[in-house]
Ligand binder design. Structure first.
Ligand code: FES
Length: 658
């Protein structure tokens, strides 16, 4: 199998899965995996710095650039970083469990909600059900010699007489379909109109006539709401007649193969053909979600008339095919606040040609339509309560305000919350350790994994729980370092310094001990310090005090699964009475859904985007000071975390002492 030949084509065989792919000699092994549909974790997007794409080359020859991410033992065994390896001959490659991106587990049982209230529906109130997309049925009189106005004039006249609709714009595609549609069912037609946020709030709404169908199709009236996250994409099929969700589905964003965070995606876009590849990847994932939604809801594709999409600035720009390069270059400008609606199928999304794609407004380079959607869904624009909205993640986003004012900022927390740059870190999927309680008496952990499987790594929420537990049991100190006097056999010297063993090799899927290292703890501390410093800086900038915050709304897929008590223990969330915390879940998807159900909400979206004042933290000296002060567990300023300090004082050390 491993023989070289004069042909430039090489076959790569992947296991498990028994998958073959033919590539050019010299192709990068990671690209071969993408081509084969073999999903590898690739957190750094192929830069060679994360080591998450390791595979075992069982047969054949490769050339590789070795990095520090590969130990001698791994290298001698045949392990290679797929992104740093070129195919020379036919190959047989084994993908170990820790490098596989398994099927997404995107909705799971909520656990560890200690001290917070989950909101299962949007918190926004008072909006009227009235979708921006409307179907009107008309029975028109056929033309006669005495009344032989054009088909379009006849249609518009009918709309004015029957529904008092005037001043419309008409899509060319409607005109093209019109002669056939009018005559197919004896001048009985249904037209679809759309109003969007692109209309000025002060102007009269000017509906756009987007579709015409023969007969009465009013009962078949559907739209899609989509949240495009950097890690996952979630979609819902909506019934616009009854304001119901008919189906939902989620998938990992296909762009993951090109890097875990927005920066690696922006960088990838700068490669030749990079933007097109990422655009195709995201459109491909949306399409696979659309297929699932159609199948689950039994809706026919032709009856889907609208797509409402929320997402961060980078994701939305890539989706519509606009280079996100200037997002990461000072002075950090997005392409536009309002992206005009665009026909969804021109972006490669497999919906009918009359369906427009509406995107939420972008406030700044790192404060995107997902935050605007979430803030509207959370009803912050309707409340007098001083509200703190937080979406924790690699690119964390925060908002403080109420109906009268809002300030916002993005905090670049790094990938630790997604399991990135953590020795045994992983995305929150089956086998990820998400719960950890350590017994103070003997330092033994009780762990829980997603899906109840044997552990294979640790996800972001598991990391928070573990570090909080290590701190509470005083196995680590407030500087995040292991205490010198800890005698537990679980604390040992590893390759990367001191570490704590969460699971022994025989208990794990990988056959290796799963540990949390001092380096991992420092990475988590940096991530939580960035989030908390952002929060402190924003609070101070508007002249309010932490205690004055009346509600804290935690949004986002990651935030849904954190334990508030423990997030406060490590200094990630502000120390406030627990009843002030509310989990809203995927606020971005909620906002996208509401915008399909109500033109009131579309107006709110415009108003919120205008109301938000963005703070650029990367240039802010106060933020840097706050960040340094937050690099401690929970914080160098004990007055910031009174309840944690009190609890810590009451806890015992390993071995029973105080
Ligand atoms: S090291 Fe290969 S993707 Fe990061």
């Amino acid at each position: 199998m491993a023989k070289d030949s004069s042909s430039a084509k090489r076959k790569v065989h992947f296991e498990p899965g028994n998958i073959d792919v033919v590539v050019e000699k010299g192709a990068v092994l990671r690209d071969a995996a993408i081509q084969a549909g073999v999903r590898l974790v690739a957190a750094c997007g192929g830069a060679g710095t994360c080591g998450t794409c390791k595979v075992l080359v069982e047969e054949g020859e490769v050339s590789t650039t070795r990095t520090a991410k590969l130990s001698d033992e791994e290298f001698n065994r045949g392990m290679r970083q797929a992104c740093q390896t070129k195919v020379l001959t036919d190959l047989r490659v084994y993908v170990p469990v820790e490098s596989r991106l398994e099927t997404a587990v995107l909705t799971r049982e909520r656990r560890g909600l200690s001290g917070a209230t989950p909101a299962t529906e949007a918190l926004a109130t008072g909006w009227k059900f009235g979708p921006p997309l409307t179907k009107y049925f008309l029975q028109l009189p056929p033309p006669t010699l005495a009344d032989n106005v054009s088909d379009l004039s006849r249609l518009l006249r009918g709309l004015k007489q029957r529904y008092k609709l005037s001043n419309m714009t008409v899509d060319f595609d409607v005109v093209r379909k019109l002669p056939q549609a009018l005559r197919e069912q004896e001048w009985r037609v249904t037209v679809t109109t759309l109003v969007t946020a692109i209309e000025s709030l002060t102007a009269m709404r000017r509906p756009r006539l987007v579709n015409v169908e023969a007969g009465d199709t009013r009962k078949k009236h559907y739209a899609l709401a989509v949240d495009i996250g950097t890690t996952t994409i979630k979609g819902q099929m909506l019934d616009l007649n009854h304001g119901r969700v008919l189906a939902d589905f989620a998938e990992y964003n296909g762009q993951i193969a090109y890097g875990a965070d927005v920066i690696s995606r922006i960088n990838y876009c700068q490669k030749p053909g990079g933007l097109a590849k990422l655009q195709e990847a995201v459109a491909g994932t949306v399409n696979s979600i659309v297929e699932q939604l159609l199948a689950k809801s039994r809706v026919e594709r032709k009856d889907v008339s609208h797509v409402s999409v929320a997402g961060n600035t980078t994701m939305l720009q890539i989706l519509v095919g606009i280079d996100p390069k200037y997002i990461r270059l000072a002075p950090y400008t997005p392409v536009a606040t309002y992206l005009p609606p665009v026909k969804a199928n021109t972006l490669g999304i497999n919906v009918p040609d009359h369906a427009y794609l509406f995107t939420f407004p972008l406030v700044a380079s790192y404060v995107g339509g997902d935050i605007v959607a979430g803030v509207v869904a959370a009803g912050i624009h309707q409340t007098k309560k001083l509200t703190f909205y937080i979406d924790i993640g690699t690119n964390g986003q925060i908002v403080i305000g109420n109906a009268d004012w809002m300030v916002t900022a993005a905090c670049s927390a790094g990938p630790a919350f997604e399991g990135g740059e953590i020795k045994h870190g992983m995305i929150a999927t089956n086998g990820a350790i998400e719960e950890c309680d350590i017994n103070a008496a003997d330092c033994e952990p009780t762990i829980g994994t997603i899906g109840g499987e044997k552990p294979k790594g640790i996800c972001g929420s598991g990391l928070i729980n573990t570090v909080a537990s290590l701190l509470e049991t005083k196995i680590i100190g407030q500087n995040g370092k292991f205490q010198a006097d800890c005698s537990s056999h679980r604390v040992r010297q590893g390759d990367d310094g001191r570490e704590y063993v969460l699971a022994w090799a025989p208990e794990t899927q990988t056959g290796k001990d799963i540990v949390i290292t001092e380096l991992d703890i420092q990475n988590l501390m940096r991530a939580k310090a960035a989030m908390y410093a952002g929060c402190q800086t924003l609070i101070k900038s508007v002249g309010v005090k932490r205690q004055e915050i009346q509600q804290v709304i935690i949004a986002g897929g990651f935030g849904s699964y954190i334990n508030v008590d423990r997030a406060i223990t490590i200094g990630l969330l502000p120390d406030l009475p627990r009843e002030r915390f509310v989990f809203i879940g995927n606020g971005s998807l909620m906002g996208a859904r509401l915008a399909c159900f109500s033109t009131d909400i579309i107006d709110d979206v415009r108003r919120v985007a205008k109301l938000m004042t963005n703070f650029e933290l990367s240039e802010n000296a106060d933020f840097m000071n706050n960040y340094v002060a937050a690099l401690f567990l929970p914080h160098t300023d004990v007055e910031e975390f009174p309840s944690v300090v009190k609890r810590m004082e009451s806890l015992i050390s390993p071995g029973g002492g105080n």
